[in-house]
Design a protein around this ligand. Structure first.
Ligand code: FES
Ligand code: FE2
Length: 430
């Protein structure tokens, strides 16, 4: 039975344990997966732990600035080497069980009682004595990805049109690069990973799902302005912008790129004319020249999805990494960044969005999480078999490898992701 049709998909793709296993094997363990940002591990011996598919991995700063990606597993008897999300291991990884030691590149350095191995077939030179390395680790503008497969396109080619997310975020920094804020929100959602990605580019839902905080913020904004005679602080707009009429969403454009990446053009231009913004824009013009600065500041990527593992909001300097844990369980990690060389108030703006909209405890994200959970419960029932992605089906136009929707309300991004999904899932087993 064909579970994915051009305009609808069978509910089993969200609920079936065997399909989930195949997704992990065929998609997450064969694609480029976001590991972390290079500024998370600035010092030799720094590491961060992350999941690539089912694999607990470590991203490590080695000697002379090298970055290594290693399986977080001791080759002796299999113990996980690092239990923390991040830390500094010093010059060596030392296993807590029997103290086998490994260099930052994963090479075994010392084992206790070495004479006991004389006459056995164990050898320190054997690959199985070292921590296993990810097949590939590559970075684009400081954003580090790993692939557990030696085959497939380079990271640069894989990202393709999706590179715009990282270019946009970094170019907005007067120094041309960003720095991670070394802490994140971790949210475990009781729903399938695809529901999260679909929602990021679902322009129909904000004025419905998020209407109560959006309306309340609009009212307070009006009162504030009436009472003070000045515009309300920007962060009210993060909420009130969600209440724009559907005709506004309709005027946007979604784009689909090769490998399943998609973009929604932005509604949050975020170019108020307050003193802080003007000071920042003046710094940008000095660094880049007026014309180039204007081109950068007028970009309007609201969301870019790097399929299957990342949702990036470049203008707000944040991203969410997606780590599936089960058919009905997904971990997302929310990270945000500082634009190097930008004044502090510009950072405070990203932080406000991070805390007020994307954090798990806000009135916005909490409503999304409820919807995902409701969808998962409905999809696990026998109340129906198909999920509809019919809106504006057949109306998108593909040219030069880019698919463009005719309206921001189109369900094109969902159809686009499922086209990519089918290609990944149909790949022959390795
Ligand atoms: Fe790591 Fe024994 S399991 S040293
Ligand atoms: Fe939402």
């Amino acid at each position: 039975m064909n579970l994915v049709e051009p305009d609808r998909v069978h509910r089993r793709v969200y609920t079936d344990a065997d399909i989930f296993d195949r997704e992990i094997t065929n998609i997450f363990e064969r694609s480029w997966i976001y590991a972390g940002h290079a500024t998370q591990i600035p010092v030799e011996g720094d590491y961060v732990a992350f999941l690539a598919g089912r694999q607990p991995m470590l991203l490590v700063r080695g000697q002379e600035g090298a970055i290594h990606a290693l399986y977080n597993r001791c080759p002796h008897r299999g113990a996980k080497l690092c239990d923390l999300h991040q830390g500094n291991t010093g010059g060596l990884f030392t296993c807590s069980y029997h103290a086998w030691q490994f260099g930052l590149d994963g090479q075994v350095r010392a084992i206790p009682a070495p004479s006991g191995y004389a006459g056995t077939r164990f050898s320190l030179d054997d690959a199985s004595s070292h921590m296993r390395r990810a097949a590939r680790v590559e970075a684009y503008r400081g954003f580090v990805f790993v692939s557990l497969s030696a085959e497939g396109p380079s990271l640069y080619d894989f990202l393709g049109g999706g590179r715009a997310a990282f270019d946009d975020m970094c170019d907005r920094a007067p120094d041309g690069e960003v720095e991670v804020v070394a802490t994140c929100f971790r949210v475990v959602q009781r729903s399938n990973w695809k529901l999260f990605l679909e929602n990021q580019l679902d322009a129909l839902h904000p004025s419905i799902t998020h209407i109560s905080p959006a309306k309340a913020a609009s009212e307070v904004e009006r009162e504030y302005e009436a009472q003070t005679g000045v515009a309300a602080p920007d962060y009210y707009k993060y909420f009130s912008a969600l209440a724009v009429p559907l005709s506004k969403w309709d005027s946007l454009e979604a784009r689909g790129f090769e490998h399943g990446h998609c973009l929604l053009g932005g509604y949050l231009g975020l170019r108020p004319q307050d003193r802080d913004t003007l000071e920042y824009e003046a710094i940008m013009a000095t660094r880049y020249g007026a014309e180039a600065a204007e081109e950068i500041l007028s970009r309007d990527v609201h969301h870019m999805l790097i399929y299957p593992c990342l949702s990036v909001q470049p203008a707000l300097a944040q991203l969410r990494a997606v780590r599936p844990l089960g058919p009905d369980k997904t971990l997302t990690e929310l990270w945000h960044f500082r634009l190097k060389g930008a004044p502090e108030p510009i950072y405070r703006r990203s932080l406000a969005y991070f805390n007020l909209i994307n954090s798990p405890s806000t009135m916005v994200n909490a409503d999304d999480l409820t919807n995902f959970w409701r969808c998962q419960q409905g999809l696990e029932s026998d109340g129906g078999d198909w999920v509809s992605f019919h809106r504006n089906a057949g109306q998108e136009i593909t040219a030069d490898g880019v698919t463009r929707s005719n309206t921001g309300l189109s369900e094109m991004p969902m159809r686009h992701m499922f086209r990519a999904w089918s290609i990944y899932m149909d790949r022959p087993e390795r």
